[in-house]
Design a protein around this ligand. Structure first.
Ligand code: FCX
Length: 438
């Protein structure tokens, strides 16, 4: 059976040739304008970055190498005994642009499991951190510390050719992906169940199967399936979002994958980005506390207006690119719709009811360009239902997932020889001059 590295070796030369051709034939072709609003508006919509694994359409949402979420759900192999996409089949697709066979998926699971144990010094580091340190801070620290083992950094120090960069980047990426579950599970154990034994990595399980097992929920098949889907769907959301862009920027300096991904995690830890899933649940539970279980649509409307009038954002709604309900939100809602026990859960019902009224309220409020839910609106309530109630931990799960896309891009950036990022910044004086005589 082919390994992921074999599959990459097959596809890299054609992509390299295609990029070379693009540069020589179209290096000077104009594909967009830069307006002052881009310079002062967070570069929203500016087409200025190469990212192969996924593209986000404002109306349709994300496609992974051209495949929509329902298409991925049809063709990507699940775990033995499961139905949902798993991290390995998504990783294979992202990396190679091909759909893996069942055998390739299983082999990738085994390869990751074999690399999955944490080095002892990282265990000691994580165990020494205060229990009250936010789980995302701990995750970023643990990932950065893993760079002691970086094959890329060691090879670079020894002196290697540029054409070899991607192979060491892949090696580091695989080790990092493999170790994220043990790292993330150790953080969970230390913060919420100190002293509880953690099972070792089971070589026969997929990445998320092992993660759930190490979190202590291995016997819950439905939660395992939910997290498989969750982690596959959060894996990549094109390149411009803050975490993906951070990994790409830091990686472009030839910082190794551990450092680049650790930086990405600290971008993910912001409330406008990945931390929103923690915020959503806190906000929905506050709503429940204030107005009780039997909530009407009018009650929710009133609560939404109170949030907006106090100057806060409605967490889980709005998006930098999307202009319709996020298909990741829809896929997670669909997971609930097939399980009657989930539909009966008051918090899940509240999320659904909020979706019925929030777009109308946000439209009337008139500020956000996208009044629809993003993935964070739905992701936490199912975890809560299954007993994973510590919502400060939720962004860590997002962090385990986002590595799929960020590390894929690092491998490709090195395979394609992409340069260090260095956009031009302008002062207001310079903008004034340019505006007068463009
Ligand atoms: N509630 C209230 N106001 C909102 C809003 C929301 N959910 N979303 C956007 N707005 C406001 C903005 O704050 C901005 O106000 P301002 O003009 O006073 O600064 C205005 O609407 C225009 O913003 P817009 O262009 O629509 O959105 P941006 O691209 O600037 O920001 C995010 C996009 C996602 C940051 C924004 O919609 C937001 O804050 N949402 C809530 C937090 C959230 O759910 N984040 C997760 C996003 C994502 F899925 C992820 O990264 O995980």
């Amino acid at each position: 059976t082919k390994t992921i590295r074999d599959a990459l070796e097959e596809v890299i030369p054609a992509k390299q040739a295609r990029l070379k051709q693009l540069k020589t034939e179209h290096g000077q072709t104009v594909i967009g304008d830069i307006k002052v609003e881009h310079v002062v508006g967070g570069m929203r919509g500016l087409k200025a970055m190469l990212w192969e694994s996924s593209v986000l359409d404002p109306m349709e949402g994300i496609r992974f190498h051209g495949l929509s979420i329902p298409e991925c759900q049809k063709v990507l192999p699940a775990a033995p005994g499961g139905k949902e996409i798993i991290a390995e089949s998504m990783l294979w697709l992202l990396m190679t642009s091909k759909t893996p066979t069942e055998a390739e998926t299983r082999q990738l699971s085994r390869e990751l499991a074999e690399r999955g144990e944490l080095p002892e010094y990282v265990v000691q580091l994580i165990d020494s951190l205060p229990q009250s340190l936010h789980p995302m801070t701990q995750l970023g620290m643990g990932v950065a510390a893993l760079n002691k083992e970086s094959k890329f950094a060691a090879a670079y120090e020894r002196g290697i050719k540029k054409t070899e960069y991607w192979t060491y980047t892949l090696e580091d990426s695989m080790n990092l992906l493999a170790r994220l579950p043990a790292l993330a599970a150790r953080i969970y154990r230390n913060v919420y169940n100190p002293g509880k034994p953690i099972p070792g990595v089971n070589k026969d399980l997929d990445l998320v199967g092992n993660y759930v097992n190490m979190l202590g929920y291995g016997s819950n098949h439905d939660l395992t399936e939910y997290l498989r889907l969750y982690i596959a769907l959060h894996g990549d959301h094109e390149g411009g979002n803050a975490s993906a862009h951070t990994a790409h920027l830091v990686g472009s300096t030839l910082s190794d994958p551990y450092l680049a991904y650790s930086a990405a995690l600290f971008a993910l830890a912001g409330p406008l980005h990945g931390l929103a899933n923690q915020e959503v649940l806190r906000w929905q539970l506050n709503m429940q506390k204030e107005i009780g279980d039997n909530v009407s649509h009018d009650d929710i409307k009133e609560f939404l207006w109170r949030t907006l009038q106090s100057g806060q954002v409605v967490p889980g709604y709005g998006h930098g690119v999307l202009r319709s309900p996020d298909p990741r939100f829809m896929a997670l809602q669909k997971f609930c719709e097939t399980r009657p026990e989930l539909l009966k859960d008051p918090v899940i019902q509240l999320v659904k009811k909020t979706y019925d009224v929030a777009p109308g309220v946000l439209k009337e409020h008139g500020k956000t360009k996208n009044p629809y839910p993003n993935v964070d609106a739905a992701s936490g309530c199912v975890l809560y239902h299954y007993g994973l109630t510590q919502f400060k931990y939720y962004t860590v799960i997002f962090g385990v997932s986002r590595a799929l896309g960020c590390l894929t891009q690092l491998v490709w950036a090195r395979a394609l020889g992409l340069p260090i990022e260095r956009p031009k910044s302008l002062s207001m004086d310079v903008i004034d001059t340019l505006v007068k005589s463009p």
